[in-house]
Design a protein around this ligand. Sequence first.
Ligand SMILES: Cc1cc2nc3c(=O)[nH]c(=O)nc-3n(C[C@H](O)[C@H](O)[C@H](O)COP(=O)(O)OP(=O)(O)OC[C@H]3O[C@@H](n4cnc5c(N)ncnc54)[C@H](O)[C@@H]3O)c2cc1C
Length: 306
Amino acid sequence: MAGGEPPANLSAQLPLAAHTTWKVGGPAEWFGEPSSEEELHAMARWAWERGLPWRLIGAGSNLLISDSGLAGLTLCSRRLQGSQLDASTGLVEARAGEPIPTLARRAARAGLSGLEWAVGIPGTVGGAVAMNAGAQGGCTAEVLRDVTVVAPDPGSVPFILPASSLEFAYRHSRLQEEPLLVLSARFQLSAGHDPRAIDRRTSANLQSRTGTQPYHLPSCGSVFRNPEPLKAGRLIEELGLKGCTVGGAMVSPMHANFIVNTGEATAAQINRLIERVQERVRQAHGLELHPEVKRLGSFDRATMSD
Ligand SMILES: Cc1cc2nc3c(=O)[nH]c(=O)nc-3n(C[C@H](O)[C@H](O)[C@H](O)COP(=O)(O)OP(=O)(O)OC[C@H]3O[C@@H](n4cnc5c(N)ncnc54)[C@H](O)[C@@H]3O)c2cc1C
C-alpha cells in the first residue's frame, strides 16, 4: 500500500445524511465530490492504492446508509453534470451526475421521445444506468446505447461498454457487482417529435406519480422489488401495514411500498421497519420480499434502536 496525504479536496468524517433522499446515514470516513472525470478517477485510485473500500454514489436516492457511516472513501458524482442532445439524430450524451429528470425535460424540449418515464425519478444518469431505473412502462436499458466507464486502478483508462453487455434485468445491471465508475452515458432517443406533445406526456407522468406517491417526505421510492406478478405495495397494504412505524420511519399511508422519514428517523429504524414488513409478508404469504434499495454499511441488530 502506498503512503502519503489524501488529496486536498477530500473531506474526513463527512455526514452522509445530506447526500441521501432518506436523509439518514452516518459519516463517510473520506468523502469526495470531484468536479471532473479525471479528478474522480484520481480519488478512486487513491483509495484503490491504499486498499481502502470505496464506492461512487449519485443522488443517494436508492441507498440506505447505516448510522455508523461508511469506512473508506465515498465519492459523489453530483458535480459531474451536463448533457448534449442532437435533435436530428436523437443521440444524447450525459455525464454521470446529470439528474435524470433534467435530462428527461431537456429531451422533451428537443422533441426527443424515450425518456418521458424518467421525469419522476430523483436520481442521476450514473445511478439510473447502474440500477436500470424505470417507471411507467419504460426503463434505462431500452434507451441506453453505451456507457463510458473507468476502473479505479492506476493502469485503467476510460473505455466504452455497449448497453448489450451490461446484463440488464429488472432494476439490475452488472455495474452493481463490478468496481467500475460510470463517467457518462449515451442514449438513443427517437427524434422528430412535437416537443409540446412529449412535454405533455412527461408532465402527465410526473403528475400521476405525485398524486399517488409521497413525494413530500424523504424516502427512497419503492423499498421492495415486486414479486412478479404480485405487487409489493398491494401485499403490504392488504396486511394493514400502511402507517406502521418504527421510531420516525413509517410505511407511507399513501403508498405501502414507500417507507418515509417523518422527521427524525434513523437508518436503523428504517431497516427495522423493512425487516418487520418482510416478516409480516413471510408469515402471511410464505413470500420473501427483496429490497430494491441498497443497504450500505453495518446494520447488525446490536446497533438498532426502535
Ligand atoms: C421519490 C422517489 C421515487 C423513485 N422512483 C423510482 C422509480 O419509479 N423507478 C426506479 O427505478 N427507481 C426509483 N427511485 C429510486 C432511485 O431514484 C433510482 O434507483 C435511481 O436510479 C438511483 O440513482 P442515484 O443517482 O440516486 O443512485 P444512488 O442511489 O446514489 O446509487 C444507487 C446505485 O448506483 C450506483 N451508482 C450511482 N452512480 C454511479 C456511477 N456513476 N457509476 C457506477 N455506479 C453508480 C451506486 O454505487 C449504487 O450501487 C425513486 C426514488 C425516490 C426517492
